[in-house]
Design a protein around this ligand. Structure first.
Ligand SMILES: [Fe+2]
Ligand SMILES: [Fe+2]
Length: 228
């Protein structure tokens, strides 16, 4: 009976590195998503219910956000490669970075057994429609869309980095996760800067109204993904 339980825990540790090692209070080595860590677990504390919920929420929301971002850039590229081929490589570059971001959260979802949002089909359609719609309004409008989205997402990643600060010492995997959040935030802010500095996002028609509407939509999407 003991052997069976021990084997089960080892299996869980392989599949869910942070969750298993911390939730089961391991003090041995842990094999993580981004390599093998020979550092002992910093603490034998198990995660509280609130911390577990926070971890699931961070991964679920970010997975959904990166999925939406991929769809937006796909929609923009679909239009702008025809209407303004000069900007297409920039959009492609941003889209490629979003593909990388999504691959990270696909991995986290699998490794930590996090259920993706049930609203995924909605973000698929809404993201692509926003990308196509903004690009049809012109390059500046497409870039104003990027400015709005990346402003909200940059703030969102900063909030998550702050909210997970207390997890830092609980396991080395949490440091890795928070480093990833910072890396992705920097990419998103790079998109924001490119849109504003290089592609005149703020000269888009009805810029204030347009960006505020998109920011509100993004904040609503984050709120929904935290819950569903
Ligand atoms: Fe992203
Ligand atoms: Fe982005």
């Amino acid at each position: 009976m003991f052997a069976l339980r021990r084997n089960s825990i080892v299996t869980i540790q392989r599949i869910f590195p942070i969750a298993a090692a911390v939730r089961y209070g391991s003090s041995t080595t842990a094999t993580g998503a981004y390599g093998t860590h020979n550092t002992p677990v910093a603490s034998n504390e198990t995660l509280s219910r609130e911390d577990n919920k926070l971890l699931d929420q961070v991964i679920r929301v970010d997975h959904a956000g990166e999925l939406g971002a991929n769809r937006i850039y796909k929609g923009q590229h679909f239009i702008l490669r025809v209407t303004n081929p000069r900007v297409a490589p920039t959009i492609q570059h941003m889209w490629d970075q979003e593909k990388y971001h999504l691959s990270i959260f696909n991995k986290y979802c699998t490794e930590h057994n996090v259920r993706p949002t049930v609203l995924r089909p909605l973000w698929d359609v809404a993201g692509f429609a926003l990308g196509v719609g903004s690009a049809l309004l012109g390059t500046r409008a497409a870039m104003a869309c990027t400015e709005a989205v990346e402003t909200v997402i940059g703030d969102h990643y900063n909030n998550q980095i702050r909210e997970t600060a207390h997890l830092e010492d609980k396991h080395p995997e949490f440091s890795k996760l928070r480093e990833k959040l910072a890396e992705l935030r920097d990419d998103e802010l790079g998109h924001l800067n490119a849109a504003v500095d290089d592609w005149e996002a703020q000269k888009a028609p009805a810029h204030g109204l347009f960006t505020n509407a998109i920011k509100l939509g993004c904040k609503t999407a984050i709120w929904l993904c935290k819950r569903f």
